[in-house]
Design a binder for this molecule. Structure first.
Ligand SMILES: Nc1ncnc2c1ncn2[C@@H]1O[C@H](COP(=O)(O)OP(=O)(O)O)[C@@H](O)[C@H]1O
Ligand SMILES: [Mg+2]
Length: 238
């Protein structure tokens, strides 16, 4: 059985801005769901609510068919932020930190750190000072840190924004390698090409509303929504 996450009628307002207007979506494991949309569409807001870092004004989230409050969502999900901060420690310390908090047996930690570094193609980086690494390398360490937590819900908010193409491709491949029936993966991006490369399913969000849900081939060749058609053709004036 695959894990599943169900979003039901989520709304969120910031003063007079309706960031989410009745968003409903069903998400399953073994897939990469790409949340695609222009700046201000509501991607980060939705990711933060799915991560349990923020509460919606109304609506529900079900994890494996059970209504789930933010606190419980925080236990099953991990969100990688667009901008990540490294601790003033070496790479090993940055990666081992979360495992120690989760009381993973001490003797298991070095091996798990090594595997996570392999996944992001930074083997033998344990002793490097995290804050001295390049932006692309730091983002890969942030990804490794998230992978180590092995959460059922892995949320990635524009993980390759502002990175060079080489780092971006490494990150994309590392994310794809994490597909599992026991994991729901959602990645936010505004990059159409990235969505085409990575998505099993594209969810187009615009002005806080889902306007299209489709597999990449249908999304690009046969979009049903006018907004999606404009977005693909670069005609969307925000
Ligand atoms: N903390 C906040 N306070 C006020 N407005 C916010 C806040 N967070 C987001 N917004 C607004 O909500 C809308 C959606 O933002 P966001 O979810 O960050 O979009 P995206 O990640 O797609 O760029 C935007 O209009 C944004 O300005
Ligand atoms: Mg955002």
């Amino acid at each position: 059985m695959s894990v599943n996450l169900q979003l039901v009628d989520l709304t969120k307002k910031y003063r007079d801005v309706k960031a989410l207007k009745s968003v409903s979506l069903e998400l399953q494991g073994n897939k990469i769901i790409v949340l695609l949309g222009v700046n201000g569409a509501g991607k980060t807001t939705l990711m933060r609510i799915m991560a349990g870092l923020e509460d919606s004004d109304s609506g529900q989230i079900l994890f494996n068919n059970q209504n789930t409050e933010p606190k419980a969502l925080r236990r099953v999900s991990t969100l990688v932020f667009q901008k990540t901060a490294m601790f003033t420690m070496n790479v090993y310390g940055n990666l081992a930190f979360g495992l120690k908090i989760r009381k993973v047996p001490r003797e298991e930690i070095p091996k798990r750190v090594e595997e996570a570094l392999q996944a992001v193609r930074l083997p033998e980086f344990e002793k490097r000072r995290a804050k001295r690494l390049s932006g692309g390398e730091q983002q890969r360490i942030a990804l490794a840190r998230a992978f180590l937590l092995d959460s059922h819900v892995l949320l990635l908010d524009e993980p390759t924004a502002n990175l060079d193409p080489n780092s971006a491709i490494i990150i994309e491949k590392a994310i794809i390698s994490k597909k599992s029936s026991q994991r729901v993966i959602v990645m936010a991006t505004h990059n159409l090409n990235q969505a085409r490369r990575m998505a099993d399913e594209i969810v187009h969000i615009h002005n806080g509303e889902i306007v299209e849900i489709a597999k990449p081939a249908d999304f690009f060749e046969n979009p049903k929504s006018e907004i999606t058609r404009k977005f693909i053709n670069g005609e969307l004036d925000f």
